[in-house]
Design a protein around this ligand. Structure first.
Ligand code: ATP
Ligand code: MG
Length: 244
């Protein structure tokens, strides 16, 4: 493994019955990168996250930070430094913002509950005025920030975001992009982001992996990937190109 490589998947395949949701996929993410993943609905993007975080067994190998994590349990992978958010944000309904972030700190971090770090994260995400609020009373943007806060509370080396912009308006997207940039630049955390908003991916990411039917279609700088004929054919469509 190249010393700058933080994540490496080697020919990973996950089948659900006859369907290969992830099909012989090999790629590498460099330390410190913001790395994008896109592809049509059902391409296998979220399943790929489930494999990296140890939720399913699979064929092939995944290395993280110089170690083979292929057979580890999800909690072991979390403690090695991988955190994620989910496509549909779920929160603990009876807990406050502060307590929810404490759960990430207590159970996900290898160091255990760190109240100072929880305070820092609430401040970092601009959730100070919401800290005592029950999570059900949060608006969508703050719910998303809370999910990110709970993930960051595990003190990850790499954060994986699954369609963080879904359902957000232009102002919320700008806000979330700023949060993601600061996590990468100020906290030094490697980021993988699945997104359908191409503008977000071209502005934020250094490299873009396009998958379809679980297979790698293209892996390149975002501006090159979005003009790749295979990517236009299977995902973006001619209308996208015309609108550029
Ligand atoms: N637990 C499961 N059992 C059976 N099939 C599944 C399971 N999870 C996902 N699939 C199937 O695997 C394929 C990939 O699904 P996945 O959710 O990973 O796609 P995705 O790229 O995240 O799509 P979207 O953009 O809609 O979120 C789909 O055909 C889906 O129906
Ligand atoms: Mg998905």
């Amino acid at each position: 493994m190249n010393t700058d490589t933080i994540l490496k998947t080697v020919h990973i395949t996950k089948k659900f019955g006859e369907l290969a949701a992830v099909d012989d996929l090999s790629f590498e993410v460099q330390r410190g990168q913001v790395y994008g993943i896109a592809g049509p609905n059902g391409a296998g993007k979220s399943t790929l996250y489930d494999l990296i975080t140890g939720n399913y067994s699979y064929a092939g190998k995944i290395e993280f930070d110089g170690h083979d994590i292929s057979r580890l349990r999800p909690y072991q992978i979390a403690k090695r430094g991988i955190a994620r958010t989910f496509q549909i944000p779920h929160t603990f309904p009876s807990l406050t913002v502060e307590k929810s972030i404490c759960v990430g700190s207590r159970f996900g971090s290898s160091e255990g509950l760190d109240l100072d770090h929880v305070d820092e994260l609430i401040d970092f995400l601009g959730l100070e005025s919401e800290r005592a609020k029950e999570t059900t009373r949060l608006n969508l943007l703050d719910k998303k920030k809370l999910q990110i806060g709970a993930a960051l509370a595990t003190k990850p080396k790499m954060l994986m975001l699954d369609e963080p912009m879904a359902g957000s308006n232009a102002i919320e997207i700008k806000d979330l992009m700023d949060v993601i940039r600061r996590i990468n630049e100020k906290l030094g955390i490697t980021i993988i982001i699945i997104e359908h908003f191409m503008k977000v991916l071209t502005e934020l990411t250094e490299k873009l992996l396009i998958i379809e039917s679980g297979r790698l279609i293209c892996c390149d700088a975002p501006e090159i990937a979005i003009s790749d004929p295979k990517v236009i054919e299977c995902y973006l469509g001619e209308a996208f190109v015309a609108g550029q």
